[in-house]
Design a protein around this ligand. Structure first.
Ligand code: 0PR
Length: 401
C-alpha cells in the first residue's frame, strides 16, 4: 500500500479503524481464554493516556518518572521478599529474561557460557541465548512437570554460567523447586534467574490466601534476578514487563552510559533506548491503587473460576486436566481424542485457546467471568460429544469391514 499524498480527516480515519478492527478478538467478549494478558485496569488506562509523552530513555528529562520507576521496582520487590531490589519496567518477559541472561554473561566474564533451563521454559530464553552467543542446555521435568533437579546437577559443568527456574510455567503454571535450585546455584557459584513473568503477580497473593506456596523469590539467597510482568496478572497495559535484580551491582552489569542526551548524561540498563514512561507510571498507579488487598481479591476470583472450570472438565467424558492447577492456568488433555481436533472445534466456536503439543492451555485471567466459563464448558461438552460420536462411527466402520 502506498502512502496517500493527501491525508484523511480524523473522523474518516477513526471510522475506518472502527470497521477494520471489528472482527478482532476482544477481552470483553470473554472468548480470549488462552492468553496471559488481560484488559488493563481503568486507572492504568487513564494514567497511560495522560502521560504518553514521557520517555525514560532520556531520564534526565523526567527524573520524577525515573524515581517512580525505582519505587515501582521496590513495591514489586517487596512482594518478592526484597524491597531493596533494583530493576526496570521493560517491554515484556522476553526483554526481562534477555537482560537476566546478559547480566549472567557479564558477571561470568565468559563469552560462550552455558545456561541450564527446564524444557518448560519460555522460548524467550532460546532467543536471548541465540543473541548473546550462549548455549542453552535443556533439562527434563519430574512427574509434577517441575524441573528435574537431578538433571540440573548433571548438566552443570565448568562452562555453566546460569540456571533458570520458572515460577509459573507458560504451559501449565507450574512452579519449579526454586529452593533446591538456589542451593545448587550457591554451591556452584552460578547465577540463578527466576522467570516469574506470570507467577510473580499470582504467587504472593496465593500465599495471602493461605495456599501452600514454597519460597520462589529473593527470600532464597541464590536468586539473582526475577522476571515479573505487570502486563500479565498485574493488569497493566502492554508494554510492561519487569526485571528485578537482587542488588545494584548486578543491575550495573547491563547499564550503559549515554553522554549526549537532551536531559544530560545518563545510563540505560534496558535493551531498548527510548521507552515509555507511561508504562511505568501506569504500573506505579496500579500498585498504589490496588495494594495487596486489591490484587488478592483479583487472584481469589481467578482461582475460584479456575477450580470451577477444573471440576467441570473432570465431569466431561473423554477430557481431563494434565495436572491439578497451581495457579490460574489449566492444562486440558484427552486420552481419547486428538487434542488438535478438540482445539480445532473450540476455535470453530470462537474460543481463543492456546495449543501446546499435547494439551490446550486455558488461562483464567481477570477479564474472564463466570458466564464465560459456563459457556466455554457448554461448548466443551458439545465438542466432546461430537468427537465421541465420530469415534463411535469410526469403530463401527472398522468393525463392519
Ligand atoms: N516468561 C514466561 C513464563 C511467559 O509465559 C512468557 C510469555 C514470557 C516469559 C515472555 O513474555 P512476553 O510475551 O511479555 O515477552 N507468556 C505468554 C505466552 O507466550 C505470553 C502471551 C501473552 C501469550 C498474550 C498469549 C497472549 O495472548 O504464552
Amino acid at each position: 500500500m502506498n502512502l496517500q499524498f493527501k491525508g484523511l480527516p480524523q473522523k474518516a480515519v477513526l471510522k475506518e479503524l472502527e470497521s477494520r478492527l471489528r472482527k478482532d478478538f476482544t477481552f470483553k467478549s470473554g472468548k480470549i481464554i488462552g492468553s496471559m494478558c488481560t484488559s488493563p485496569h481503568p486507572i492504568a488506562r487513564r494514567v497511560y493516556a495522560r502521560y504518553l509523552d514521557t520517555n525514560l530513555g532520556d531520564s534526565g528529562l523526567c527524573p520524577e518518572v525515573a524515581e517512580l520507576e525505582r519505587e515501582t521496582a521496590q513495591m514489586i520487590g517487596s512482594l518478592l521478599s526484597n524491597p531493596e531490589v533494583c530493576g526496570h519496567i521493560v517491554t515484556g518477559g522476553t526483554e526481562a529474561n534477555t537482560l537476566a541472561l546478559w547480566a549472567a554473561k557479564r558477571l561470568s566474564k565468559k563469552e560462550h557460557g552455558e545456561v541450564i533451563v527446564p524444557v518448560s521454559a519460555h522460548c524467550s530464553f532460546d532467543k536471548a541465548a541465540n543473541m548473546l552467543g550462549l548455549k542453552i542446555v535443556k533439562v527434563g521435568l519430574n512427574n509434577n512437570f517441575q524441573v528435574d533437579v537431578g538433571a540440573v546437577e548433571k548438566a552443570l559443568n565448568p562452562n555453566t554460567i546460569a540456571i533458570v527456574g520458572v515460577a509459573g510455567t507458560t504451559g501449565l503454571g507450574v512452579v519449579d523447586p526454586i529452593g533446591e535450585l538456589s542451593k545448587i546455584a550457591l554451591e556452584n557459584n552460578v547465577y540463578l534467574h527466576v522467570d516469574a513473568a506470570f507467577g510473580g503477580f499470582v504467587l504472593p497473593f496465593l500465599r495471602e490466601l493461605s495456599y501452600n506456596v514454597p519460597d520462589f523469590d529473593f527470600a532464597l539467597p541464590g536468586v539473582c534476578s526475577i522476571t515479573v510482568d505487570p502486563h500479565k496478572m498485574g493488569m497493566a497495559p502492554i508494554p510492561a514487563g519487569g526485571i528485578l535484580f537482587r542488588n545494584e551491582a548486578i543491575r550495573k552489569t547491563v547499564a550503559w552510559k549515554i553522554s549526549y542526551l537532551a536531559g544530560g548524561e545518563t545510563e540505560q540498563a534496558t535493551l531498548v533506548g527510548t521507552r515509555s514512561g507511561a508504562s511505568v507510571i501506569a504500573v506505579w498507579a496500579l500498585l498504589k491503587h490496588l495494594g495487596v488487598e486489591g490484587y488478592k481479591k483479583i487472584v481469589r476470583r481467578c482461582m475460584r473460576l479456575t477450580w470451577k472450570l477444573v471440576e467441570e472438565i473432570k465431569r466431561i467424558e473423554g477430557l481431563d486436566i494434565v495436572t491439578e492447577p497451581t495457579m490460574n492456568v489449566v492444562g486440558l488433555k484427552s486420552d481419547v481424542f486428538d487434542i488438535h481436533k478438540v482445539a480445532y472445534e473450540l476455535r470453530l466456536r470462537g474460543w481463543a485457546i492456546s495449543l501446546f503439543p499435547s494439551h490446550i492451555r486455558i488461562v483464567v485471567m481477570p477479564h474472564v467471568r463466570e458466564k464465560h466459563i459456563e459457556s466455554f464448558v457448554e461448548d466443551l461438552r458439545k465438542v466432546a460429544k461430537k468427537l465421541g460420536e465420530c469415534k463411535e462411527r469410526e469403530v463401527l466402520a472398522i468393525s463392519s469391514v
